[in-house]
Ligand binder design. Structure first.
Ligand SMILES: [Fe+2]
Length: 466
């Protein structure tokens, strides 16, 4: 017994001192396994080991007992910026010869150091004539991840083809020398290893220039380490954006301009008639909303939010979205759910009084940041603005089903109310593309509000701003 106690104490000391190797402990077992995708024939498989392995392999096949296909990839050393310099190896393997609409079983690991348990995913149907189903949420932590069990169960029953996690992970991935990030990634593994887990960065990823986010995730396109990218899914082009470039200029001002140029080109490309014919729905998502009616002082509560209106009339995204016919804009950051009437430049643009979401003349915005985290709820102002259609601060998440080129359905699940659907809309569009010319386009804003924001950003380096 005394010997066992000594051994346990020694191992503990080894951990504390970061001397695992000297103490003979190795950590080769694959963990934090997650996947992403951009086509019916491809899956990007990512996992971590705390010690390096000689190779990064995925064995896969259509039968659990017949994993006869092999793909190899690479590992990248990731050292967290904290004082412990917590080190792990992020492995990435791209499977690009998959059959569409097919269940695959797979294991990840190394010939010499061992493999994971057997996992599985289902590839997307081919082409654009199918109906993607997604779970969508932001602001999802390690502690108080209230929606997680329900999401896991729903994913396990085959309810979703992908997840969109709209920024703010773990709270925070870099906390406690990135151990919170490790635990969060292990926590979501049952979900994220079975359906593509598509992401964008939020403010909680800011530490060390977003390095935990940039290193842990691999998204298709790989633009600035997946800070922004796009992917096609059936009749939808999803465009993932990085609102955080506006708020952390201490990491560089130029990336704000570069992102704007990329977003403009991406939206224009999506809106070309030949592309719009294949992907009629254009859905943009990013962490911080353009509009919200919460009772905090976040950017979206301002009349001229930075994401919407930019600085002194430059770099704002709302006009880009409007000019290029973005159908749906999805946000998070506020720990609540809010659905807006179709809106442009703070004016409601309903399709009609009786059918506001049928052929609306501006994008439809929703904010869904209430999956659950240790920071709790964000409450609303008592007065509901004219542009706000429905709001709830229950914990929960959004489901989306894109039926076809004309019909897109969204509903809000309240986990607080046992999974009840508390809101739903069908967006109907006979035609997609640029909205009608608006007689009152966004004007360059010269008011003190934006000027003060810019000054604040430059003075404080962005950190600590709402
Ligand atoms: Fe946030």
């Amino acid at each position: 017994m005394a010997s066992l106690l000594f051994h346990t104490k020694l191992l503990f000391l080894c951990f504390v001192a970061g001397l695992q190797f000297a103490c003979g402990l190795v950590q080769y077992k694959p963990q934090q396994i997650h996947i992403s995708s951009s086509s019916a024939n491809q899956m990007i498989v990512v996992w971590s080991t705390f010690d390096d392995t000689k190779d990064s392999l995925v064995f896969y096949g259509k039968n659990k007992g017949g994993l006869r296909s092999l793909a190899s990839g690479k590992s990248t050393k990731f050292v967290d910026g904290g004082s412990a310099h917590h080190t792990q190896y992020i492995h990435e393997v791209v499977l690009d010869d998959l059959d569409a609409d097919t269940v695959y079983f797979y294991i990840v690991g190394s010939y010499s150091e061992g493999f994971s348990d057997v996992l599985s995913f289902t590839t997307w149907p081919a082409g654009n004539n199918w109906s993607p189903r997604l779970a969508i949420y932001g602001d999802f932590g390690n502690a108080n991840a209230q929606s997680l069990p329900r999401l896991q169960l729903e994913a396990a029953t085959g309810m979703y083809d992908a997840v969109l996690h709209v920024g703010d992970f773990a709270y925070n991935m870099a906390t406690d020398n990135a151990q919170v990030g490790d635990e969060f990634m292990r926590q979501i593994e049952p979900l994220a290893s079975s359906i593509p887990y598509m992401t964008c960065p939020g403010n909680h990823e800011y530490a060390y220039n977003f390095s935990n986010y940039k290193n842990r995730f691999r998204m298709p396109g790989d633009t600035d380490q997946q800070m922004y990218y796009s992917f096609k899914m059936g009749p939808v082009r999803f465009i993932s954006t990085a609102t955080e470039y506006f708020f952390f200029p201490k990491y560089g001002m130029y990336q704000m301009f570069r992102h704007y140029d990329w977003l403009k080109k991406e939206l224009e490309d999506a809106n070309k008639p030949e592309n719009r014919a294949k992907q009629p729905w254009v859905i943009a998502f990013g962490h911080r909303p353009m509009y919200c009616s919460n009772n905090d002082h976040d950017d979206c509560t301002a009349n001229e939010s930075v994401v919407r209106a930019g600085f002194l009339g430059h770099l704002g995204w709302e006009k880009l979205f409007y000019d290029n016919g973005v159908d749906i804009a999805i946000w998070a950051h506020e720990h609540s759910y809010e659905r807006l009437w179709p809106i442009y430049n703070r004016e409601v643009k309903n399709g009609s009084t009786s059918h506001p979401y049928t052929n609306p003349t501006a994008p439809v915005h929703i904010t869904t940041g209430s999956a659950g985290c240790q920071e709790g709820h964000d409450r609303f102002n008592k007065t509901m603005p004219a542009w706000s259609a429905f709001r709830s601060d229950d914990y929960g998440y959004t489901r989306m089903k894109v039926f076809n080129a004309t019909h897109l359905y969204m509903e809000q699940v309240s986990d607080d109310q046992g999974g009840a659907v508390i809101d739903k809309i069908m967006v109907v569009k006979d035609k997609h593309g640029s909205y009608p010319y608006d007689a009152s386009p966004i004007k360059p804003v010269g008011g003190s509000e934006i000027y003060n924001k810019l000054q604040n950003l430059l003075r404080k380096g962005g950190e600590g701003l709402p």
